[in-house]
Ligand binder design. Structure first.
Ligand SMILES: [Zn+2]
Length: 297
């Protein structure tokens, strides 16, 4: 009888399975929105249509969403062997504390399938969880594209740590092979704060491109090594759509808010956690705001 049902239902369940996947992924995103911390992550453990357990990061002090869901399942004597996990963020494969990494908990609980909303934006651990689970025989799926976007937005504060920097004069290190090489520099944390969307692409071991997209936005302050050596940044040549910047040199991006001067201080492969060939750039910047419009009267 069961066999007959399965055979007869193949076509009908093709869309049905996708619908069930979507609803579990959406439930995980809703869980994430409950997270009290900046790291907003939600998880749902399911078997077929049935939700077995849910969790979100911070629901229990210091615990990750997957950990919370697994703990709740265990407390309720729910068997999760062979079940599916839907999580808005790639499960962690390592831990700086005594906490057991979620990937290890997932394999110990013998979950069969993990659906991921977004890979970890931290370049040092990006896809390490995926690899760990793959190596332990767990089937991996991605959320549908629109729900990946929703998962990303749910955890946006967390992601931004790696793609945004603030301050009139500050520095950052980021992986320019991730997030389209985009790094947003803004004056402060306010929503309307003046910002510059800098974009970086690979050039070589000792230099990198600052990409403006079109002529008029980026310039190289050739031979300058200190910000105070640059008098009026508008005096430079903005004729190219990108400029190569060597380590120790300064590139400039301008827009209606003014200029951000970016000095490249290091380019290096990411070696932490056995990361594989990701490349980070370290920059220092100085913002020079455009003068407020003055009356010509
Ligand atoms: Zn975790």
């Amino acid at each position: 009888m069961e066999r007959r049902l399965l055979e007869g239902a193949v076509v009908a369940t093709a869309t049905g399975v996708d619908g069930v996947r979507r609803s579990h992924a959406e439930a995980a995103i809703r869980e994430a929105q409950h997270s009290p911390s900046n790291t907003r992550v939600g998880a749902v453990i399911a078997r077929g249509q049935t939700v077995l357990a849910t969790g979100y990061t911070g629901e229990r002090t210091g615990l990750h969403a997957e950990q919370v869901a697994l703990a709740k399942a265990a407390e309720n004597d729910v068997d999760v062997t062979g079940a599916q996990l839907f999580t808005t963020l790639e499960p962690c494969a390592n831990s700086r504390t005594s906490r057991v990494p979620c990937c290890q908990l997932i394999t110990e609980a013998r979950l069969a399938e993990v659906h991921i909303g977004e890979y970890d934006p931290n370049p040092q651990v990006y896809r390490l969880g995926w690899k760990f689970l793959r190596d332990h025989g767990v089937k991996l799926r991605d959320f549908p594209a629109d729900l990946r976007q929703a998962a990303h937005e749910a955890s946006a504060n967390f992601t931004e740590v790696f793609t945004r920097g603030t301050g009139m004069s500050a520095g950052a290190k980021f992986d320019f092979t991730q997030n389209g090489g985009l790094f947003t520099i803004s004056v402060d944390d306010e929503k309307e704060s003046p910002c510059w969307k800098t974009r970086w692409t690979n050039r070589g071991a000792k230099s990198i491109y600052l990409y403006g997209g079109h002529p008029g936005f980026v310039a190289l302050a050739r031979y300058a090594h200190e910000f105070d050596e640059i008098d009026d940044p508008d005096a430079l040549d903005y004729g190219g759509s990108s400029v190569p910047i060597e380590i120790g040199s300064i590139g400039i991006m301008r827009n209606e808010h003014g200029h951000v001067l970016c000095k490249v201080t290091a380019i290096e492969p990411t070696t932490d956690h056995g990361g594989s060939g990701h490349v980070s750039v370290t920059i220092k910047w100085e913002i020079r705001l455009a003068a407020a419009p003055t009356s010509s009267d």
